[in-house]
Ligand binder design. Structure first.
Ligand code: SF4
Length: 454
């Protein structure tokens, strides 16, 4: 009976591009729609509300949004009462184009306004007028506390992502995030703890704290500073939580205190994703990154000294305007020297509104792709070498379920954030087990259970 009732509810579908923060926002949007009486569906045809949660970090996902909006014209024709909304970063910087190119869109909503989605949906249903909610927190202002309201009745999950701060104050010259997500602002500490306690009570064992510069957390809280290291301590005390991760920290705010706290707290995993971008001091200055190659290297050394089995991963960007072959070589040499466990590597893409996009010395696409190819080849070799050298080690794995690529095996992540696939009983799903790595690959390990049960 409950199922029949569920099926009579109108459907909604959300398309999501971009980072984990967008995935989180999409989950929140879904919860808002479910509160309004909608149910999630797989097919456009079953949906009465379709939302596109967009990303502006690179050009490609923006092109995909315009292309999907073109295809959704037909859906709109067939569903004249259907509601089409566009949300996320792209709305913040390309609202005029969206209005012009996609008049069949019913509402556009910015990154700081997703809590207004229920009101916009109801207003469109009533008036059929195009609606917009694009306000960002003030560009300049002493303290910003208007963080998006979050719904805590989340679905139970073994691993959950929890935003702790929004926006960014760093203004790297290539990056559109400060324009799309606004000024940096932190969620109140008690809200975060309450959400994580709720998650722990509903089966979550691992939390990943999210923020554009996650370790800058607490700088602009009204009720007094709660530095990131202190927040980690408070989360470490929550019963039921077994693992704590965070992404992405900003090198300039990576303090010694944070390194010591990570090493001391048993639940904080031995993995850091520390974005480098390039290993050339002139380019770092032009990017306004606020650290030197030497400072970055010093953080890596301290992390490895404090946690010898830590995995360090990074973001690497090639083809920033004016990048010479020699400067690119500096990045290659540093990658060889530091030996990251893995890296997210991408070619610079000019983003309208950013300083770097105005420069005339843009690197030709063919040169960018050729450099990117060389960098990927190097990093992939290093990743394979590191993983091969770790064969024989025993890792703690939180078992997530059958491996999507090989359902005869279970899969999970090590504390170092590497995938481990192994043969084991389904009863182990949701548990932490010890697994010995027997084969190292680019994607992770194949392993064998050490003692069957935790
Ligand atoms: S730190 Fe720089 S790259 Fe990261 S979100 Fe802020 S402006 Fe963008």
């Amino acid at each position: 009976m409950a199922q029949v009732l569920e099926k009579t509810k109108p459907g909604y579908k959300i398309y999501t591009w971009g980072c984990q923060m967008n995935e989180e926002d999409s989950e929140q949007m879904g919860l808002y729609l479910e509160r309004l009486g909608y149910r999630p569906v797989q097919e456009d045809e079953e949906a009465e509300v379709i939302l596109l949660n967009t990303c502006s970090v690179r050009r490609k996902p923006e092109d995909k949004v315009f292309s999907l909006l073109g295809e959704l014209r037909k859906w709109k024709e067939k569903h004249p009462n259907g509601i089409l909304g566009v949300c996320g970063c792209m709305v913040q910087v390309r609202a005029d184009e969206l209005r012009k190119e996609a008049p069949h869109v019913d509402f556009i909503v910015g990154t700081a306004n997703i809590a207004r989605i229920p009101e916009l949906v109801q207003e469109v249903r009533r008036s059929r007028k195009m609606m917009a909610a694009l306000e960002l927190p003030p560009r300049k202002g002493a303290i910003v506390t208007d963080v998006p309201q979050r719904i805590t009745e989340r679905k139970p999950k073994l691993r959950a992502f929890v935003p702790i701060m929004y926006g960014c104050d760093k203004f790297c010259t290539f990056c559109v995030v400060p324009l799309t997500r606004g000024r940096e602002r932190s969620r109140p500490t008690e809200d975060i703890l309450e959400e994580i306690r709720y998650l722990a009570e509903h089966g979550t064992k691992e939390v990943t704290l999210l923020g554009q510069t996650v370790n800058s957390y607490g700088k602009n809280l009204m009720e007094g500073k709660v530095p990131f290291a202190r927040l980690l301590r408070l989360i470490n005390d929550i019963p039921g939580i077994e693992r704590i991760r965070f992404t992405s920290p900003y090198p300039r705010d990576f303090t010694d205190e944070l390194i010591h706290t990570m090493a001391e707290l048993p639940k904080v995993c031995e993995h850091v994703h520390l974005p480098l971008q390039v290993a050339d001091n002139d380019l770092l200055r032009e990017m306004k990154r606020g650290y030197t190659v030497e400072q970055y290297e010093s953080i890596v050394h301290k992390l490895r000294a404090a946690m010898p089995d830590i995995a360090i991963t990074t973001d690497l960007m090639i083809g920033f305007p004016g990048e010479t072959e020699e400067q690119f070589q500096h990045t290659l040499e540093f990658v060889e020297h530091i030996r990251f466990d893995s890296a997210f590597m991408f070619a610079y893409s000019p983003r309208p509104g950013t300083k770097a996009a105005e420069r005339e010395d843009q690197i030709p696409r063919a040169v960018k792709l050729e450099r990117l190819h060389r960098l990927i080849e190097l990093q992939n070799r290093i990743t394979c070498e590191i993983n091969a050298s770790q064969v024989g080690n025993v890792y703690e794995v939180l078992v997530e379920g059958p491996s999507p690529k090989d359902p005869t095996k279970l899969t999970g992540l090590t504390r170092q954030n590497k995938t481990m696939n192994f043969v084991g009983a389904r009863e182990l799903i949701g548990q932490t087990v010890r697994v010995r790595a027997v084969e190292g690959h680019l994607w992770g390990f194949i392993g064998e259970l050490v003692d069957g049960l935790p």
